[in-house]
Design a protein around this ligand. Structure first.
Ligand code: NAD
Length: 738
């Protein structure tokens, strides 16, 4: 048995070498330079060893592999930046070589002369599936944990290690494009149906089945290396392809509005590659991959959606020196809309929950939400009946506060009313020990003010969930003036336990996410009042990369909730806190037309009974004199919607609300879907350059109002040629703290 750092290789009596990938210091296997060097060496050793007849490649962990390691990607970008400053031509060549390293290594596996079989035991993503595709056989375990995907497009790049060449040579072109341009996951069965894996077997049989393929005489030659190979469906010059290819760029444009260069590159790689010999196809892919790696979109998306998201998820903002909390019980007070969902996600993470409401009946109603979700999951085969019962048994509904006495954290989600919250804080503190942390899920009340009702303000913190809690991956953790390190650590441990990504922000009205969201909605109000047709506003938002138009989003949030928040802002901050025209628009919708949003099926949209689709309320156009479509510049609408949000994000940094640019970026994408191709609000500014952003703001301010005026911080950064990631370098801070 030869041993490597990340692999073990054991050759059995039949001459089959079992290569098991099990990185010693990681919970999931990922590709590093070292891992690739070791695979390279394993190929050489197994080829040289006459006793080895073939190789089975598998993982020693519960998953197969998550793909590339973020430190490798980070080092590739810093190498590029350094080299770019010295000599752009060398930088391009070095990036080209680095971009091709994995691709040509997998090609070496494919052409090594001995059969390789990939035994896929769990999640198999990105480069790991591309390695599997280069193996001559692929066997996957019949298990829910097997998720196969080439998800690179989601971080602005594309499968650049042979994926764009091998998938369409195994599956039909339409399925191949669908899989790669969406980055969606396949089950083992679906991968088999598409022709991407050869066999699906019971987990216990996986290695035997893989070995059996070799014993049965699996050829060590890829289909495309055989004479007479034909692409499934016949390739590019067929009647079927003539139907697919002219439509493909149009479909992609409909889905992504041309904002994702990585997705378009997939189409180019497949279209060109299928007309070329395999090795030339790989070279075409390598060239496009290099080109895409140099785009602002790829850089920003990888940074925010891959690197920063993982770093925040792993507790980048967690104070050091406080032991990790193992939650044996969590309290949720208020079993309404939010509390019921918070209880569900907590129980789904295996943590017992005490769910408190004013009466037993109300608490049980909250639990009923989980019962419904569990029944749905069981019905869809995503959960067994036993798993469902176990989950539900973790939730104890009760009106009795005393049941909270041994919870390590209590999350409050009662009515958004200061007096009600005060009473609840006092009632909870009367029963919990000194060590328990109290978290409020308030969305509008500043935490510092609420904490004044607490006897231990250092143990008090905000944990702001987003609806629907089951789906939304973000949780905003809000530090009141007196919130202590332990409160922060426990809150972050909780967010990690329920598998959400946290951002930590300082206290302010609306915190970070809602401040940005209201700017987005307010800009749409301005546009409506100017007479821009509502459909143009909604479409411009989608073309700018927003998942949901601002009017549709306002309907989801509820128009009367906006009204309530606007009124509260005026009451607390004075009449200038809200534009009178905005207040008039919302008052008219709610008070005159009873249009409260999705919840009463009437808002900016009409919501007819299903299966009919929602449509914009036709009477909207009677509220303000309408402009003709030809009088409206859609590119300016797009800019206004993104710039107003990004400016608000910059203000939160200037005010010290958000202190880490990673959090502004990740929070904006996970919280409200801010045009992901930009990498988030601050990356959007950095990506175009602060100087250009300031110039754009000044231009918009001249035509659309002073809310677009660039702030002093932005002007200062523009003058100094700074970026947010440079001036507020999150890694420098780590260094200072250490
Ligand atoms: P909700 O009205 O659906 O639920 C509130 C629940 O609190 C009710 O079940 C009520 O019976 C219970 N309650 C009231 N007083 C209580 C008391 N003294 N003891 C125990 N239970 C009591 O409201 P919601 O939408 O779930 O909002 C709850 C909190 O979450 C609010 O602070 C809100 O701002 C915040 N929030 C809401 C959303 C959202 O989208 N609805 C999003 C984020 C945060």
């Amino acid at each position: 048995m030869s041993t490597y750092k990340n692999f073990t290789v054991e050759t059995d009596a039949d001459g089959i070498a079992l290569v098991t990938w099990d990185m010693p210091d990681k919970s999931m296997n990922v590709f590093t330079m070292e891992v690739m060097d070791e695979i390279d060496a394993i190929v050489d050793v197994t080829v040289a060893d006459a006793a080895v007849k073939g190789v089975v490649f598998t993982s020693g962990k519960s998953s197969f592999s998550g793909g590339a390691d973020l430190t490798m990607i980070k080092s590739m970008f810093s190498m590029l930046a350094e080299e770019q400053a010295r000599d752009p031509a060398t930088a391009a060549q070095k990036l080209f070589d680095a971009a091709g390293r994995m691709s040509w290594l997998w090609r070496k596996v494919e052409t090594n002369g001995k059969p390789w079989v990939s035994a896929i035991n769990g999640t198999c993503m990105g480069g790991a599936f591309e390695l599997s595709l280069a193996c001559h056989g692929r066997v996957a375990a019949n298990s829910k944990s097997v998720k196969i995907a080439l998800p690179e497009v989601k971080v602005g790049i594309f499968p650049g290690a042979g994926g764009t060449q091998r998938v369409p040579r195994l599956a039909n072109a339409q399925d191949a494009l669908q899989m790669m341009t969406t980055g969606s996951s396949l089950t083992a069965q679906r991968a088999k149906a598409m022709g991407l894996v050869h066999q699906v077997v019971e987990p216990a049989e996986l290695i035997n089945a893989a070995k059996q393929m070799i014993k049965d005489g699996l050829k060590a030659v890829a289909p495309w290396d055989e004479k007479g190979f034909k692409v499934p469906g016949g390739g590019i010059w067929t009647p079927a392809a003539a139907q697919l290819w002219p439509a493909a760029p149009a479909i992609l444009r409909r889905e992504s509005a041309g904002n994702y260069p990585g997705a378009l590159a997939i189409l180019k790689c497949v279209y060109e590659g299928l007309q070329l010999p395999f090795d030339t196809g790989l070279k075409v892919e390598q060239r496009y991959f290099t080109e895409i790696l140099r785009t602002t979109e790829a850089f920003s998306m990888i940074r925010s959606l891959f690197v920063s998201m993982q770093e925040l998820g792993k507790g980048a903002r967690r104070p050091a020196g406080i032991p990790k909390t193992e939650f044996s019980k969590i309290g949720v007070v208020g079993a309404g809309f939010m509390g019921a969902s918070i209880a569900y996600v907590t129980a789904a993470a295996g943590i017992p929950v005490i769910l408190v409401d004013q009466t037993q009946e109300a608490a049980e109603k909250g639990k009923a939400h989980s019962e419904k979700l569990v029944a749905d999951q069981v019905g869809k085969g995503r959960m067994t009946k036993e798993e469902g019962e176990k989950l539900l048994a973790l939730i104890t509904p009760t009106p009795d506060y005393k049941a909270l006495s041994d919870a390590s954290l209590v999350v409050e989600a009662v009515f958004e009313d200061r007096a009600v919250k005060k009473a609840v804080i006092e009632a909870v503190e009367a029963v919990i020990p000194e060590t328990t942390i109290f978290a409020s899920n308030t969305s509008t009340l500043p935490i510092t003010g609420l904490a004044e009702n607490s006897k231990r303000a250092d143990q008090f913190i905000g944990v702001h969930f987003f609806s629907p809690v089951e789906k939304m991956m973000l949780t905003e953790v809000i530090l009141g003036e007196k919130s202590g390190d332990k409160a922060l650590a426990v809150a972050l441990d909780f967010v990690a336990a329920i598998k959400k990504t946290p951002i930590v922000v300082n206290d302010t009205r609306g915190f970070y996410v809602n401040r940005c969201v209201f700017r987005y909605i307010n800009e749409a109000y301005d546009m409506l009042i100017e007479g821009v047709p509502a459909a143009m506003i909604e479409n411009a938002a989608k073309m700018a990369g927003m998942p949901v138009g601002p009017l549709s989003l306002n309907d989801e949030v509820a128009v009367d909730l906006s009204q309530k928040i606007m009124k509260a802002s005026i009451a607390d901050l004075g009449p200038n806190a809200v534009k009178p025209e905005h207040m008039a628009l919302v008052d008219q919708l709610v008070d005159v037309f009873d249009r409260r949003g999705r919840k009463n099926s009437k808002g900016f949209y009409e919501y007819p009974a299903k299966p009919a689709k929602k449509f914009l309320w036709p009477e909207l156009k009677t509220l303000y004199p309408q402009k003709k479509a030809s009088e409206v510049d859609v590119s300016v609408l797009k800019q206004r919607l993104l710039v107003t949000i990004a400016l608000e994000a910059a203000r939160t940094v200037e005010e010290g609300i958000v202190t880490d640019p990673r959090e502004a970026d990740v929070g904006s994408i996970l919280g409200f879907g801010f045009a992901p191709y930009t990498g988030g609000t601050l990356s959007y500014i950095d990506g175009m350059g602060v100087k250009n952003f300031v110039a754009l703001c000044e231009k918009l301010a001249a035509s659309y109002g002073p809310h677009f005026k660039p702030t002093p911080l932005l002007k200062d950064m523009a003058a100094k040629g700074e970026t947010f990631y440079g001036r507020f370098d999150p890694y420098a801070k780590v260094g200072e703290a250490a």
